[in-house]
Write a protein that binds this ligand. Structure first.
Ligand code: NAD
Ligand code: MG
Length: 356
C-alpha cells in the first residue's frame, strides 16, 4: 500500500492507495470509534458495498440517486434529515463512497452539518481518485450554475482501492485519464512520457500501472494544494483547459460530453493559444494530441458549434477575475503558467482551428 500526505498543518491527512485495501480494518480505526454515516448511490452500493462491509463497523447508509442532477440542495437536505433524526453529534463522521458527485455532496454535508464534522473519501471513479477526492473542494450545483454553492473542507483521509475501477465504463475511465494527462502537462514531463510509453498497460488496467498513475496524480495535486489551498494563485494551474471545457459542457448541456472529454479538447485549445504567443511549439501540441487520441478523447470541438456563443459562455465562467479572462497555458509539456494577457482574437483563432 502507498501512502501520501497532504500537508496542511493541523488539517493534514493521508491518502492510501492500493489494490483491495478496503478490507483493511486498520485504515478505519479512527472512524470506527465514531458515529458513522456512509453516503453512496444505489449503483455503487450494489457493485461494491461488499468490499467495505467488513472494515466498517457501523453500517448506517444514506443512499442518494445516481447522477449530477442530484448534486443539489434536496440531496443535502436528505442527508441533514437523516443525521438529525438519528442524533448524529459534532463528533460523527461521514464516509463518501462514490465518484465526484457523491464526494462533493457528502463533503459539503460534512462541511456544514453542525458547523463541520469529519469525513473520509473513498473515491470509486478514476476522476475522483486522481482529482476530486483530494484538496477539500466540496459543494453542490444551483439551478443557476454548477458548483456555485460550496465550501473548502478537507477530508481526514482518502482511501483509494484501485480494484474498484474494474466496473467503471471505458468512457468514464478515459475521461478520468484526461485529468491524469493534465498533471503531466502542467507539472511533470517524465510522467507524461511514461503515460505515452505505457498506454496499453493503462488501458488494460494493469494493476501496477494504475497504482502508478493514481499515485503520481495525487502527489502532484497534494503538492499544489499544500502550497495554495484556497486557489489564490498556483492551484489555478489545475484548471488547464477548464475554461474552454466548462464552456463546451455548458454549451452542449451538462452530461452530453463528460467533463474529462471537454477539458481534453480544452488542453489543445489552450496549447494553440500558447503557440500563437510563441511560448510553445507545435511538436509539443502534437504529442498531447496523440496521447489524448490514444485514450479516445476528443481533439476537436463538437460539430457545428457557434464560436462566438462559446466565447460568450467562457466569459461568464467563475474563473473570470475583475472582468478579465484568466487563462492557464502550457509552456511546454511539464510546465504551465497563468496569464490574463490574451486578446480575444487569439482565443477566437484557437477555437476556430478546433472547429469541425
Ligand atoms: P460521477 O460521480 O457522476 O460518476 C460517474 C458515474 O459512474 C456515475 O453514474 C456513478 O454512479 C458511476 N460509478 C462510480 N463509480 C463506479 C464504479 N466503480 N463502477 C461503475 N460505475 C461507477 O462522476 P465523476 O466523474 O466521478 O465526478 C464528477 C463530479 O466531480 C462533478 O460533479 C464535478 O463537479 C466534481 N469534481 C469535483 C472536484 C473537486 O475538486 N471537488 C474536481 C473535479 C470534479
Ligand atoms: Mg477537472
Amino acid at each position: 500500500m502507498k501512502k501520501i500526505i497532504v500537508n496542511l498543518n493541523k488539517r493534514s491527512y493521508p491518502i492510501f492507495i492500493g489494490k483491495n485495501i478496503l478490507s483493511d480494518k486498520s485504515l478505519f480505526n479512527k472512524v470506527n470509534k465514531k458515529s458513522l454515516a456512509l453516503i453512496t448511490n444505489k449503483k455503487i452500493e450494489k457493485l461494491h458495498i461488499s468490499k467495505i462491509k467488513n472494515a466498517l463497523m457501523k453500517k448506517n447508509k444514506i443512499i442518494i440517486s445516481d447522477g449530477e442532477k442530484y448534486k443539489n440542495q434536496d440531496s443535502i437536505t436528505k442527508i441533514y434529515n437523516y443525521l438529525l433524526k438519528n442524533k448524529y453529534s459534532r463528533d460523527s463522521c461521514i464516509v463518501a463512497f462514490g465518484g465526484g458527485v457523491i464526494g462533493d455532496m457528502a463533503g459539503f454535508a460534512a462541511a456544514t452539518y453542525q458547523r463541520g464534522i469529519d469525513f473520509i473519501q473513498i473515491p470509486t471513479t478514476l476522476l475522483s481518485m486522481v482529482d476530486s477526492s483530494v484538496g477539500g473542494k466540496t459543494g453542490i450545483n444551483h439551478p443557476l450554475g454548477k458548483n456555485m454553492i460550496g465550501s473548502f473542507h478537507q477530508p481526514i483521509a482518502v482511501i483509494i482501492d484501485t480494484e474498484i475501477l474494474k466496473t467503471l465504463s471505458k468512457r468514464q475511465f478515459n475521461a478520468g485519464m484526461s485529468e491524469v494527462i493534465k498533471y503531466g502537462i502542467i507539472k511533470d514531463k517524465n510522467f507524461f512520457d511514461w503515460i505515452v510509453k505505457n498506454t496499453d498497460e493503462i488501458k488494460a488496467q494493469d494493476p501496477k500501472s494504475i497504482i502508478k498513475i493514481v499515485k503520481r496524480s495525487c502527489e502532484i495535486k497534494a503538492e499544489i494544494v499544500a502550497l495554495d489551498e484556497k486557489e489564490k494563485n498556483i492551484r489555478a494551474l489545475l484548471n488547464l483547459g477548464h475554461t474552454f471545457g466548462h464552456a463546451i459542457e455548458n454549451y452542449l448541456g451538462y452530461g452530453k460530453w463528460l467533463h474529462g472529454e471537454a477539458i481534453a479538447c480544452g488542453f489543445l485549445i489552450a496549447s494553440s493559444v500558447a503557440i500563437q504567443k510563441n511560448t510553445m511549439n507545435i511538436s509539443e501540441y502534437n504529442k498531447i494530441k496523440a496521447l489524448l487520441k490514444a485514450f479516445s478523447l476528443p481533439t476537436k470541438l463538437p460539430k457545428n458549434i457557434n464560436i462566438e456563443k462559446l466565447f460568450k459562455i467562457m466569459s461568464l465562467d467563475k474563473k473570470v477575475k475583475n472582468n478579465e479572462m484568466v487563462y492557464v497555458l502550457p509552456k511546454n509539456i511539464g510546465n504551465a503558467y497563468i496569464t490574463n494577457k490574451i486578446s480575444k482574437n487569439i482565443v477566437i483563432k484557437a477555437l476556430k482551428d478546433h472547429a469541425k
